[in-house]
Design a protein around this ligand. Structure first.
Ligand SMILES: Nc1ncnc2c1ncn2[C@@H]1O[C@H](COP(=O)(O)OP(=O)(O)OP(=O)(O)O)[C@@H](O)[C@H]1O
Ligand SMILES: [Mg+2]
Ligand SMILES: [Zn+2]
Length: 463
């Protein structure tokens, strides 16, 4: 038995097998089923996402002897010949090598002959944008009034190179990049059919590297199977593609947060030497941060939100940076500043107000449920007709003061709010080095310390 490459072997043969383009395939299937097929289509979109595949399915569905709900049977003589590429009425033209006006004139002549075997003549013109200007013009008239028995499918990866005169005469379908999840699922099914053992993470790495192109994903899977001698393992695939495993990405993030300069530098240097793609590293970091944010992470919400900002900024700059790995190093190292987040939050508690962006406490009180208010209360003592409430700090005191009605309602009694003592010393406890880091962090977050609580308080009491 001869070996067939995976992309060819698993080329979808019916509309329902084309993944990730459901809107297009459903519309086309319906059009065929109800006999409302347009005479010219443009299939545009990135490479390897199913344009030629879908065009051939349309050709089959239109010529099939036993179509069902617009799907071809794939068994009749017509279907079989179209799959083999030997059907006389399905004409595939590669515009990249037939660019000129002569070829198009020839085509224009042949259009008028009735189909030899099937019901419709289907012209599939690939790389359509490669035609010369004269060739486009020669085609215009035919596109405008093609004979009843003809359907054109013009496939292109570069829609913006098609003249508007042509565009307006065709029905357009924009094919999308295939989502990572969908690629993983498709690859998994292929592995099952091929009886190949695979690790899901390995397939995920292939999906990342294929950037939404199914053909690339399938070719890479082919190579991975050959490389792993029938097994698709994360470790092998990771090295072969130059993409980190999930565990390695997590380690980089942790090293950054912990500020372990030397180890971080060492790891990144190794990746650079081994030819890893820094853009993928950043992309994987961002994906990890999101996953961590949505699960029970060892990192706090503040840390992850800040990490997202910082790494995203790094990612944008990476594309043009002359030293991408150095940029990655500093991007990750910046995360260590966020160890100071805890100290900042203590500062906040002791009354320093951070502005520039709405602080999270402010946001919460706006939604103002009693439960969030409770977070501001150190303790409460029921005195019979009234409740004495001790706020956690001065900011909390002010918040509670503005929500006293809510508290009354909740306790069903009068409220006596106890104003807390000011403790200046708390603020001074932070070391100079910490203060520096806090300063840079605040800059990064685009925030500013505007006032110390005691100042604010002195003013309000007029002393
Ligand atoms: N949406 C998809 N669902 C399933 N397999 C797909 C899909 N898109 C592409 N493939 C796989 O990739 C191979 C190539 O697809 P196809 O020739 O349709 O790509 P294309 O969009 O025409 O790309 P190009 O612009 O490079 O011509 C197919 O044989 C098939 O195995
Ligand atoms: Mg194609
Ligand atoms: Zn058929």
């Amino acid at each position: 038995m001869t070996y067939t490459a995976i992309p060819r072997k698993y080329r979808p043969q019916r509309f329902s097998e084309v993944t990730g383009q459901e809107f297009i395939t459903e519309t086309l299937r319906n059009a065929v089923a109800t006999g409302r097929v347009a005479h010219a289509y443009i299939f545009a979109g990135p490479r390897g996402v199913g344009k030629t595949t879908t065009a051939r399915i349309v050709a089959k569905a239109l010529n099939c002897e036993n179509p069902k709900n617009g799907e071809p049977c794939n068994q009749c003589l017509q279907c079989v010949e179209i799959v083999k590429g030997s059907h006389p009425d399905v004409i595939e033209i590669d515009a990249a090598s037939n660019r000129g006006v002569d070829q198009i004139r020839e085509l224009r002549e042949s259009v008028h002959y009735a189909p030899v075997k099937g019901k419709k003549k289907v012209y599939i013109i690939d790389e359509f944008h490669m035609l010369t200007k004269e060739a486009f013009n020669a085609l215009l008239k035919t596109l405008e009034e093609p004979p009843e028995h003809v359907v054109f499918i013009l496939a292109t990866t570069e829609l913006d190179r098609i003249p508007p005169t042509i565009l307006s005469r065709c029905q357009k379908f924009i094919f999308r990049r295939i989502p990572e999840e969908t690629i993983v699922k498709t690859l998994k099914e292929i592995c099952q059919k091929e009886n190949v053992e695979c690790e899901e993470e390995a397939l995920r790495l292939i999906a990342i590297s294929s950037e939404g192109c199914m053909r690339d994903a399938e070719s890479l899977l082919d190579q991975a199977i050959a490389l792993g001698q029938g097994k698709v393992e994360t470790k092998t695939v990771s090295e072969f593609l130059g993409i980190l495993t999930g565990k390695e990405v997590r380690e980089l993030l942790s090293l950054g947060f912990r500020g372990e300069k030397e180890e971080l530098k060492k790891r990144l240097k190794k990746l650079e030497i081994e030819g890893y793609n820094p853009v993928y590293v950043a992309k994987q970091l961002i994906e990890l941060i999101e996953r961590e944010f949505l699960s029970n992470s060892e990192f706090s919400e503040e840390e992850l939100t800040a990490a997202f900002e910082i790494v995203s900024r790094g990612y944008r700059e990476l594309q043009t940076h002359p030293y991408p790995f150095t940029l990655l190093f500093f991007t990750l190292y910046k995360l260590s500043y966020f160890n100071e987040v805890k100290k900042i939050s203590e500062l906040l508690k002791s009354g320093i107000k951070v502005t520039g962006k709405e602080s999270s406490t402010e946001k919460k009180t706006k939604n103002g449920t009693v439960n969030t208010l409770k977070a501001f209360i150190e303790r409460s003592i029921d005195k019979g007709t009234a409740v004495e409430i001790y706020p956690k700090n001065y900011t909390a005191y002010q918040t509670l003061k503005s929500k006293i009605d809510k508290l009354k309602e909740f306790y069903g009694k009068e409220i006596k709010l106890i104003e807390p003592e000011v403790k200046r010393v708390e603020v001074r406890k932070i070391s100079e080095e910490s203060e520096k880091k806090i300063d840079s962090m605040i800059k990064i977050l685009n925030a500013k310390i505007i006032e110390l609580r005691h100042k604010e308080r002195d003013e309000s009491t007029g002393s």
